[in-house]
Design a protein around this ligand. Structure first.
Ligand code: GDP
Ligand code: IMO
Ligand code: MG
Length: 423
């Protein structure tokens, strides 16, 4: 019996897609447990480049079943585009992909509501991805949602009931819904497309597979600092991005969880609004963005960049019981003379290593400075090749975070991955 979880420890885009792909050969099943097409998970191998949004990142290896779990919210139109693109490029998706009947559907009117709520917030807008994520999870918790398993006989009637509710809300907010008829026609066609897939009670499927000795890798989306409970609220997403989200998002009991892989960048990024204590507004931040190609995988939005935040990382490790760390994008810092790491916050003159209730302008980072390695690492394939100063940085992080770093990534390609010898 083996369920391992892989999740982002920062504000998303840590490189989860790449690492899920690398780890997939160790498992029988890969399952996404939360989020929706707000995610953009990038994979590169053999000269190919893919961005996955709703489909798990285990589809490119061979023999694994991939599952979209009940905790995911699914936009049929975006799902159909993603699936058809993959089928066109030769990935035989229908035989390996299963979808939970309990996954909630994103309606076109959810996207309109997302935009309307954002514009009402004015200067305090979240900078959502505009994919209808918040309104869909709101309907789920408010017990109004439509699920994949509802696709069938009385689906149109149920859809119309929910649509009417949304139109009343949009009218009350003074938001237009003129485009709805056009959007709806595409959406209903895409709902029909979903029927070709194996729609299952994934919690039963997964638990039976575990009982039969199979192993499961749970793939998280977003990052711990975007978690609806523990992230930088209200500048968060609407799902549980921490390890507990894998339990509710797939129907797996907590005691069945084995390894928890926590993944982070050697520095830190954030896209959208909200606090980011180590953000750099200077040339160094611009350099990180340029070298790391820090632009959204889906929206193309510029990602904000800054130094690694160990206060936030320790908090995320605590919340999820992380057992192994994976450090990404190490190569992006190859040319830096000095590397900084925020080991504590100064909150109104008091130094703390605990996450404060509110991350506001009164929180300033307290940095340690380490020498850079100034050696290109992206061609390296084994631990023994890594420069001394880089190994010192890794050891410093392990000591500060209290968890071993078992994988180091030195480039976007599947092959640019170094498994360390400490486990
Ligand atoms: P995810 O959402 O966590 O899967 O991450 P994204 O795909 O949104 O963003 C990570 C970006 O960094 C992608 O463009 C990856 O191809 C790229 N990437 C992943 N690992 C590395 C690495 O070690 N070095 C470099 N330079 N790029 C990487
Ligand atoms: P992956 O899985 C980075 C951010 C948005 C916004 C906030 C809320 O690729 O790491 P939402 O549309 O979810 O209501 O937006 O969360 N956000 C992400 N940032 N990576 C993601 O996913 C994200 N998904 C949502 O930018 O600030
Ligand atoms: Mg991403």
């Amino acid at each position: 019996m083996k369920v391992d979880v892989l999740l982002g420890l920062q504000w998303g885009d840590e490189g989860k897609g790449k690492v899920v792909d690398v780890l997939t050969p160790r498992y029988n099943i890969v399952a996404r447990f939360q989020g929706g097409p707000n995610a953009g998970h990038t994979l590169e191998f053999e000269g190919k480049h893919y961005v996955l949004r709703s489909i798990p990142s285990g589809i490119f290896q061979s023999g694994q079943v991939n599952i979209i779990g009940n905790g995911v919210v699914l936009d049929p139109v975006l799902f159909m585009q993603e699936a058809q693109d993959l089928e066109r490029s030769g990935v035989g998706l229908k035989s390996i992909l299963k979808i939970s009947r309990k996954a909630h559907l994103i309606l076109p009117s959810h996207r309109l509501l997302d935009a309307a709520w954002e514009s009402l917030k004015g200067d305090s807008r979240i900078g959502t991805t505009g994919k209808g994520i918040g309104p869909t999870y709101t309907d789920k918790v408010g017990r109004n949602g439509l699920r994949v398993g509802d696709i069938g006989d009385d689906f149109t009637a149920r859809y119309n009931t929910l649509k009417k509710r949304h139109i009343a809300l949009l009218d009350a907010l003074g938001a237009s819904h003129d485009q709805l008829d056009v959007l709806e026609a595409d959406w209903l066609r895409a709902v029909d497309y979903i029927k070709q897939f194996d729609l299952i009670d994934s919690e039963i499927y997964i638990n039976k597979a575990l009982a039969a000795g199979k192993s499961v890798l749970c793939e998280g989306a977003q990052g711990s600092m975007l978690d609806v409970d523990f992230g930088s609220y209200p500048f968060v997403t609407s799902s549980s991005t921490v390890c507990a989200g894998a339990c509710t998002g797939l129907g797996v009991a907590p005691r069945k969880i084995g390894e928890v892989f926590g993944i982070f960048k050697a520095y830190c990024t954030r896209v959208g609004a909200g606090p980011f204590p180590t953000e750099l507004h200077d040339e160094v931040g611009a350099e990180m963005r340029r070298i790391g190609h820090e632009y959204g995988a889906v929206t193309g939005r510029e990602r904000r960049c800054g130094w690694i935040d160990l206060v936030a990382l320790r908090y995320a490790i605590m919340l999820s019981g992380v057992t192994q760390l994976i450090m990404m994008k190490s190569d992006v810092l190859d040319g830096f003379d000095t590397i900084k790491a925020c080991d504590a916050y100064n909150v109104n003159g008091t130094v703390t290593r605990d996450m404060p209730y509110r991350l506001d302008d009164n929180v300033t980072p307290v940095y340690d400075e380490l020498p850079g390695w100034r050696t290109p690492m992206s061609g390296m394939t084994s631990e023994s090749e890594l420069p001394q100063q880089f190994s010192d940085y890794v050891r410093y992080l392990e000591q500060k975070l209290g968890v071993p770093i078992t994988i180091v990534s030195v480039g976007p390609d599947r092959a640019q991955t170094i498994i360390r010898n400490n486990k």
